[in-house]
Write a protein that binds this ligand. Structure first.
Ligand SMILES: Nc1nc2c(ncn2[C@@H]2O[C@H](COP(=O)(O)OP(=O)(O)O)[C@@H](O)[C@H]2O)c(=O)[nH]1
Ligand SMILES: [Mg+2]
Length: 295
């Protein structure tokens, strides 16, 4: 038996969260077309008869970290690369740019790193990526370089095999059926935050944070029912108006979509109450960030 942690790192938007979700066959980490959707270290556990993989999906490393908040996200990504038994460095099939190199450089020397070249479904012929693979091979001494597609699932069995080889021997740490070490409260916040990314304009989602004020299990095993109260924090009154929408329509729409996803993930009915509150410049307020768990 093998068992160990697998850190997933790389610059924003290369498909790290998509890869984790695809491997687990479940939407665990939120995904969006915009960079910097992921803010937390999301653990996803895959147990096979001969191996337990403990994946840790990290926020993307950003070169220009302007706010205290962004620097905290970068630290989390660095942590994921440093503390794992094996690191997946995820990049795109079409490019290896300075921000990719920066993310790669943050992985400490001596770490076992597998270069994962994602999105090979975007090239016409797979042989087209060979020059890039050769170039990447010169960047660092990788344990392996594996081209994949998180979208189609191409080469994922091979990737899992390569990861297994690199993991240490040892018994499973988690029960075989456990999917994550995060609790339902965490996923409730993430699912609502995902709707902000999906349905708000370009900049706004980066100014928002979701806090779960209360999470109560009020059902029975036969009829599960969860009562959840959530607050969306924004930085300014004008942003609050946009999130709420005219007549509260926008907020209602997002809350409904989030509630449906929660019901799917948790299995059972959910009541979701949502509020929007202004916390001036929370992305640059060390005290608020600490309260939110970014330290
Ligand atoms: N064509 C293609 N798109 C992908 C693939 N993997 C991820 N994406 C897209 O790339 C974007 C960023 O994905 P996400 O998983 O959030 O990236 P992250 O920031 O690295 O976690 C999303 O729009 C995904 O749908 C892939 O294998 N092929
Ligand atoms: Mg992500």
């Amino acid at each position: 038996m093998k068992c160990g942690t697998v850190g997933i790192v790389g610059r924003p938007n290369t498909g790290k969260s998509s890869l984790l979700n695809r491997i687990l066959g479940q939407k665990l980490s939120i995904v969006s077309a915009r960079p910097q959707t992921t803010r937390h270290l999301v653990t996803g556990i895959l147990t096979r008869p001969d191996c337990q993989y403990i994946f840790v999906d990290a926020p993307g490393q950003q070169a220009r970290s302007k706010s205290i908040f962004q620097r905290a996200l970068n630290r989390r990504a660095t942590e994921a690369g440093r503390d794992a038994d094996v690191v997946l460095f995820v990049m795109e099939a079409q490019r290896f740019a300075p921000d990719d190199r920066m993310a790669l450089d943050r992985i400490p020397e001596g770490q076992k790193v597998i270069a994962v070249v994602n999105k090979i479904d975007t090239v016409k012929k797979e042989s087209q990526v060979i020059p890039l693979l050769e170039r990447v091979a010169r960047e660092r001494s990788f344990h392996a370089i594996v081209p994949i597609s998180a979208r189609t699932g191409r080469n994922l069995p091979e990737l899992l095999k390569v990861i297994r080889e690199a993991l240490p021997e040892g018994p499973a740490v988690y029960p075989a059926e456990q999917l994550t070490d995060r609790d339902e409260r965490f996923f409730a916040a993430e699912l609502l935050r995902e709707k902000l990314f999906e349905q708000m304009g370009e900049e706004l989602p980066y100014r928002c944070e979701v806090v779960i004020d209360s999470f109560k299990d009020e059902g029975t095993p036969q009829r599960p029912f969860r009562r959840i109260e959530a607050t969306i924090l924004v930085e300014r009154d004008s942003q609050k108006a946009i999130v709420v929408g005219s007549g509260g329509e926008k907020l209602k729409h997002m809350a409904t979509a989030a509630r449906k996803d929660m019901e799917k993930l948790f299995g059972g009915k959910v009541y979701l109450g949502t509020w929007v509150k202004v916390r001036k410049s929370w992305t640059d307020d060390a005290r608020v960030l600490k309260q939110l768990g970014y330290d």
